[in-house]
Ligand binder design. Structure first.
Ligand code: DAH
Length: 343
């Protein structure tokens, strides 16, 4: 036993540990349940009684030395650890990539912001709509092609007022006329759905912003002025507009609006197909039948409406002419718009 105690105490003197782990291993080796000092303590119980006093004292000292030494090693290892991993607080932080808004959201927001400046509120409606709000109240004749399965996604068929995915945001006009007091001045941004084969020019899901203004004495001149101001805010102060006669069931008269091509400035390029003009929206004076259907007297009130595709405006603004890019969420495409927030 004497030799064993001496051996351990020599070893303790030379014991080194550079990490917490090594210090803990030393503790286990000497003082753990199966440790060398613990084993000596066990042995001590069996030695001759006349030796107990001497060895008892020696063993207690050994244990105490071991405990102190290991404690010291542990705290020293702790200090070295802190030194080794000390942080330089003046170093720049880890950078991580910032996301950016989707180009369609950016343009939708720009359109909405422009009309907000003109005093329009924002109105929204359900994407799953009924036939009444998408077609019936908007003066669509009963056998209009939009009411066919090949143009519209139906959710339920068979009864008088089937549920469907709205094919345009004009349905929100109807909901607004039903629920809000006059005069009405709203823009209605939202997603719309059409049963189309996906190509560079068509998609089954896209976005529109609808506009509606109803008051006493609203005229086509007001419509023209609103659209001209919008076009100049959106495409630049030099922009001109032209209106071509058109047809929509819910407006009379109806027009299609073109803006002067902001790429070639009228000279003719491949974006405007040599015409100098780009089509941006449909519009017109709200048909008296539409006002009547929502309980508004067309003898007292008149109004105008317009509707535009958000992707179409985005395509013209950024000359990205394949619609599919806007839906594929390819990071290489989306990150191009990280700084494109200016109107
Ligand atoms: N709803 C039409 C469409 O989806 C767009 C439209 C045209 C809306 C003329 C209008 C309008 O409010 O007056 O093609």
């Amino acid at each position: 036993m004497k030799e064993a105690i001496e051996k351990i105490s020599q070893e303790l003197q030379q014991l080194k540990a550079t990490t917490q782990k090594e210090a803990e291993e030393a503790r286990i080796r000497f003082l753990g349940k199966k440790g060398e000092i613990t084993a000596l303590m066990e042995q001590f119980r069996t030695i001759a009684p006349e030796l107990k006093r001497e060895y008892g004292q020696k063993l207690n000292e050994l244990k105490k030395t071991a405990q102190e030494k290991i404690e010291a090693l542990k705290s020293a290892a702790g200090e070295t650890k802190t030194e080794a991993t000390a942080q330089d607080l003046t170093m720049p932080g880890d950078s991580f990539p910032l996301g950016s808004r989707h180009p369609v959201s950016i343009v939708r927001q720009q359109i909405v912001d422009i009309f907000r400046k003109f005093g329009y509120d924002v109105a929204e409606g359900p994407e799953i709509e009924d036939d009444y709000h998408v077609f019936e109240a908007l003066n669509f004749p009963p056998n209009h092609p939009a009411r066919e399965m090949q143009d519209t996604f139906f959710v339920s068929t068979g009864h008088l007022n089937p549920l469907l995915l709205r094919t345009h945001t004009s349905s929100v006009q109807v909901r607004t006329m039903e629920s809000q007091p006059l005069p009405i001045r709203v823009v209605c941004p939202g997603r719309v759905f059409r049963n189309e084969a996906i190509s560079a020019r068509a998609h089954c899901i896209f976005h529109q912003v609808e506009g509606l203004y109803i008051d006493k004495n609203v005229t086509f001149a007001d419509l023209k002025q609103a659209i001209l101001l919008f076009a100049r805010e959106m495409f630049g102060p030099e922009t001109e507009i032209r209106m071509r006669p058109s047809y929509f069931p819910f407006t009379e008269p109806s027009a299609e609006v073109d803006v002067s091509c902001n790429i070639c400035h009228g000279k003719g390029c491949n974006i405007c197909k040599g015409t100098g003009w780009l089509e941006i929206m449909g519009c017109g004076m709200v048909d008296p039948n539409v006002l009547k259907a929502s309980g508004i007297d067309p003898e007292v009130y008149s109004g105008f409406a317009f509707g535009m595709g958000v992707e179409r405006i985005a395509m013209l603004k950024w000359q990205v002419n394949d619609l599919r890019h806007y839906f594929e969420n390819d990071m290489r495409f989306l990150s191009e718009f990280a700084t494109a927030t200016e109107v």
